[in-house]
Design a protein around this ligand. Sequence first.
Ligand code: HDE
Length: 721
Amino acid sequence: MAKNKKAVKPATEPTNLKSEQLGQFRDDAGGRQMTTNTGLKINDDQNSLKAGDRGPSLLEDFILREKITHFDHERIPERVVHARGSGAHGVFKLYENQAAVTKALFLNDTETETPVFVRFSTVAGSRGSTDLARDVRGFAVRFYTQEGNFDLVGNNMPVFFIQDAIKFPDLIHAVKPEPDNEIPQAASAHDTFWDFISLMPESAHMVMWAMSDRALPRSYRMMEGFGVHTFRFVNAEGVASFVKFHWKPLLGVHAVAWDEAQNISGKDPDFHRRDLWDAIESGNFPEWELGVQIVPEEDEFKFDFDLLDSTKIIPEELVPVQRIGKMTLNRNPDNFFAETEQVAFHLGHIVPGIDFTNDPLLQGRLFSYTDTQLLRLGGPNFQQIPINRPVVPVHNNQRDGFSRQNIDAGKTSYSPNSLNNNSPEQVKAEQGGYVTFPERIEASKIRARSKSFRDHFSQARLFFHSQSDPEKNHIVDALSFELGKVKTIAIRERMLGILSLIDKGLAAEVAYALGLHVPQVLETPVNKSIPADANVEDYEPVQVEGPLTRSEALSMANTVKDSIQTRKVAFLAADGVNEKALFAVKEAIEAEGGAVNVIAPRLGFITSLNDEQIQADESFLTAASVLFDAVYVPGGGNSVASIEADPDAVHFLNEAFKHCKAIAADADAMQVLEATYFSKKIEVDEGVIVSDDTATLAANFIEAIKQHRFWEREKPRKIPA
Ligand code: HDE
């Protein structure tokens, strides 16, 4: 190992097999001498070699050439989808042995912690786009197991827009910026997306999710994850069952408001990235439980939907989610490019005990992920990049290619061979050799879609009907916004037709916002998406009445609301603030795991009522209410007067109210609230707490922050701010 490399991270950081392995590649230049890439010590890195101090630069300058050449080649292609993302390291620990359903070792062993690397992402935007786009979020988890890497490459929504991978390039071309002018960035609110969607009724269910608040997570730490497809578990006896994977965040599932999301995109486009980074840096390690829904192989046809259809969930009421282990993210990457950018996920990275199904979306993905890495990471050796290396030995007869890292010793790189004792050897199943589940297939080769994939609306309806009233309103608003940005009236009308097949009331509300009527005679959208020789009737969607009218798990209103861990609370204060109240409420919030920022008219220190110096963390210029979960105005005559007179402070409160956040004020700070537009609504709003008793105020405020948002406040639905 080179001398200037640290073997492992400092002792305070969590270590495991993966972090130790990565440690061998970590380079830290602190206190080191500067060299060229060949190790030559550099004397002058600031002046190029010239013919005289005012003369031209010389081609001979190998130091200049090396530095500039490397710089010129720094960029690699961004991911064609999920380009914008953030990663973190962590561990997975199993609660109970799952040997009854899978022989995967990491799901059989409750003692070992399996290292993981996770990458969260948006889908449509470029690498530098905002975190707060209305979009699906990628939720890709790599387990570095003792049997090789297992990648669970999922999303924060459990279904997908299309049923067959062959449509993926069309879907992505439609959602990406339009090709003539490359507008809009990281947004689905434009003609080509809705043109495609309105011709693709199978997307109805996913559209409901994408137009819901799930598309606007408060934090990566507060969203669910889903494997989407049905996978297979196989146990040691060779018995298979179907499995759906879930990630359940311990902090609950929470969203921001759309108006807020748009503001955050301007104030802090790195909002989710920063939140994840800061949480881990401050020791507030994000946690999710891994859940599985297991369906025995013989129950494959028990449902009124097809398990192979990725536009369907298995409602939790039909098959409960068993929580089998916990993932904790506990270490930020050292280097974004080396780790987060170069990590190459692939749902084909599996281990014995886990297998695929014939879901046509899954099958196509099996091809795409390796293919895309070949381009993105420049050749077939991307598995040797440190973040991609498994923690177990790798031996085969693959050789050479761009940037090969291994030095493969010996004469043989073929099999069978006699010169190297026929090694590397194949491995028997009982010793861990991977054997594909021998699913029986008897079929004709055809391009077709199964008739069991024709119900597009029943689960879209189930999702919509399972939402709380505010959530339903948000879906109506999102569709009205998105279709409002669509310029072609025929596309809007076609979408209204699709919506009316989900729910007539929903279609009518969106139609009202668009100033249109729901079309009475529906154009048959499938016309354009069926094989040239097919009968339209064979592809017409069928209407199915599922066994459920509601599913509690689908509404974020039913999520856990029992903690204020890591919630950010803004305290608005100025000279003369009552420091007793300020410190008492701060202490109470911090004791429950919340974080407090003092925001003042300017940076530096404010002088309190009793002459204490309190540091301002932010000023009204640098902070904004959209970056916080709740706001508190402590009392103190002069402070209250300054805040009341400061339009930025009043705007801060107005906006916090508009976004349905908890607000608290000492009774003697009431005049600040009176300067807001919502002063008349305070008495009826449980989320606004005013008290002259600091302990009561703190306790009620904390309870209010736990609720996340008071969405009911949006009635009537227009609030100025
Ligand atoms: Fe992906 N997807 N995808 N996808 N996907 C990629 O692979 C693809 C789909 C998902 O953080 C690409 O490495 C096809 C569903 C995530 O690095 C690419 C189809 C789900 C990530 C690709 C799908 C996903 C990707 C681009 C239709 C949820 C980011 C860069 C069959 C279950 C991984 C890359 C990361 C990335 C192809 C549909 C999740 C092009 C063909 C469904 C989380 O290979």
